[in-house]
Design a protein around this ligand. Structure first.
Ligand SMILES: Cc1ncc(COP(=O)(O)O)c(C=O)c1O
Length: 284
């Protein structure tokens, strides 16, 4: 064992230290405090100085993350931060660089950094007002604004529904996959609503819904440019991956409506009326 290793101060797992990490902020001069200062004073400089944009291949990077045992012994925060700077931040992607071309990940406006600190410090949970208070009406207000942007309903509609706890004008999602899944979930439930003795797909499930209406299956017609997350959504919703039906697009990448019409086939309702409801048609 080297002399340096012998002298190394070891972190202690103790109740006192556990309390400390939730109460005592980093001391001035600590690694974390220095990083915090550098980021606050000159974010771009920090990123430029710390992201090395090396040519390392993924196999080489994987070697730094090859330990699969949760460490038994604690280590100091500063030590972990050094590791993160050296092995993670250094080998990350500089999405804020003016030369970065990414289809959806880019630089944040400068004010997001201090605001994100407030968010972490507050750590609210908007699912219930006991843990969010003003954050819940704020969320509902933002959802109403976005709803109005898309659907442009009358002012009275928003006045009545915006803060109505029994209503929801939308939902924030953690990303595109969850957004697509949520939208298709609602569409599926809307297509197989309660009807006569059928209490709805939400309660009875897909099998009962198809049996009740006399269908052999359900399908989702999507643009051929549709994201692959739609396929995962079809899988999760019990519709089936094969039931995602691509529809051709025109020169401007818009769904070809004529091609869409051609994919729709009357399914034949339970009463045998042969009507074609866009929401639950079979396809060619
Ligand atoms: C249209 C579309 N849907 C869904 C996704 C998936 O998003 P996420 O990675 O946030 O789940 C993307 C991401 O590229 C997308 O462009």
């Amino acid at each position: 064992m080297s002399q340096g290793h012998q002298d190394r101060k070891l972190a202690q797992a103790s109740l006192a230290n556990l309390f400390k990490i939730f109460t005592v902020s980093e001391q001035p001069g600590s690694t974390l405090a220095r990083i915090d200062e550098e980021i606050s004073n000159n974010l771009l400089g920090f990123l430029q100085d710390n992201i090395v944009a090396s040519e390392k291949g993924i196999e080489e990077l994987e070697r730094d993350f090859s330990d699969f045992c949760i460490p038994e012994e604690p280590i100091f925060v500063s030590e972990q931060v050094e590791f993160l700077l050296d092995k993670l931040v250094a080998e990350s992607v500089h999405t804020a660089s003016p030369g970065f071309v990414g289809h959806m990940t880019s630089v944040f406006p400068y004010f997001m950094l201090p605001l994100s600190k407030i968010m972490i410090a507050l750590n609210q949970n908007v699912v219930k007002t006991e843990t969010s208070k003003a954050f819940t009406p704020l969320e509902r207000q933002v959802v109403a604004m976005l709803h109005r942007l898309v659907y442009a309903s009358e002012d009275a509609f928003y006045i009545e529904n915006m803060h109505q706890s029994s209503q929801s004008l939308g939902a924030f999602c953690s990303g595109g996959t969850v957004a697509n899944l949520t939208a298709l979930w609602l569409a599926r439930n809307n297509a197989f609503r309660p009807d006569g003795s059928f209490t709805g797909i939400r309660e009875e499930g897909l099998m009962a819904a198809l049996n009740y209406f006399g269908y052999k299956g359900a399908a989702i017609l999507v643009s051929e440019r549709g994201h692959y997350s739609l396929i995962k959504a079809a899988d999760l919703l019990g519709i089936g991956r094969d039931q995602i039906i691509p529809v051709t697009t025109d020169a401007h990448n818009r769904v070809d409506v004529i091609a869409l019409e051609k994919k729709l086939v009357p399914t034949g309702s339970r009463e045998g009326q042969g009507h074609c409801c866009r929401r639950y048609c079979r396809y060619h």
